[in-house]
Design a protein around this ligand. Structure first.
Ligand SMILES: Nc1nc2c(ncn2[C@@H]2O[C@H](COP(=O)(O)OP(=O)(O)O)[C@@H](O)[C@H]2O)c(=O)[nH]1
Ligand SMILES: [Mg+2]
Length: 224
């Protein structure tokens, strides 16, 4: 069950900031490290949302986030028309230039921090930083432009990061079967493929739950 408790949110954000950027003036080390929380039994997990340009990453993070999502959208200009393909998403007027950031409390003990990647190839240099410390990733796929997500799938496969494929049903229908998508992406049977609608909160939440379950299964299977 969701909870939104502004006091708890504030205290968590404060703790998180301290963990990321310790104050050198403090004599004692920060009490909270990444992945931990000042409250007992609260776990935070970082999740990356990747995929091709226009696959719905910014929409996905914005739909499910319980805080106002941080986005770094810039207006698409004529200068990018030769490199950013808008044929499948003619309404798209902006693009993510750094990342999207959102938060979802899956329950009182598990908080997900979501980082949406920029889609264009020219921002790939940021991906290594974005995935650092992540427990897993969602690769969003627009089946009209399946090839656009190949690079994201390769990236997570290479790094051994657990991921699920979220097939964003743009027209409200799944235009290709899950097994066809699996074959086209050449991914193994263990990787969950989840049809979703990036505009629907319950749908995006289910996709994230599928990822957390998958990541937990993988960590049990391969103990550190
Ligand atoms: N019809 C439909 N449009 C979507 C869906 N998800 C995203 N969009 C639209 O597709 C365009 C690209 O989405 P965006 O989230 O910016 O993609 P990103 O480049 O992956 O961050 C935007 O105009 C969205 O409004 C969806 O599930 N259905
Ligand atoms: Mg975006």
């Amino acid at each position: 069950m969701d909870f939104v408790d502004s006091d708890r949110s504030r205290s968590y954000r404060g703790a998180s900031a301290a963990a990321v950027k310790p104050d050198p003036a403090r004599s004692s080390p920060p009490a909270v490290r990444p992945g931990e929380d000042s409250r007992p039994n609260v776990i935070s997990a970082k999740i990356v949302v990747g995929g091709g340009f226009g696959a719905g990453k910014t929409t996905f993070v914005g739909t499910v986030s319980e805080i106002a999502p941080l986005t770094t959208e810039a207006v698409l200009t004529d200068a990018s028309t030769s490199v950013d393909d808008l044929v499948a998403t003619p309404d798209k007027s902006t693009t993510t230039v750094a990342m999207d950031f959102g938060r979802l409390s899956l329950d009182a003990e598990l908080i997900l921090y979501l980082f949406g990647t920029p889609g264009q190839h020219r921002f790939w240099f940021m991906w290594d930083d974005l995935v650092r410390g992540a427990i897993g990733a969602v690769v969003l796929v627009d089946t009209r432009r399946l090839a656009d997500c190949f690079a994201a799938v390769d990236f997570f496969e290479d790094r051994g990061l657990p991921y699920v494929v979220g097939v964003n049903c743009f027209d409200g229908v799944l235009s290709h079967s899950v097994e066809d998508v699996r074959e086209a992406l050449a991914i193994g049977p263990a990787v969950p493929i989840v049809p979703c609608d990036a505009r629907e909160r319950e749908s995006t939440k289910s996709t994230l739950i599928a990822l957390v379950e998958h990541a937990m299964r993988k960590s049990v299977a391969t103990p550190a």
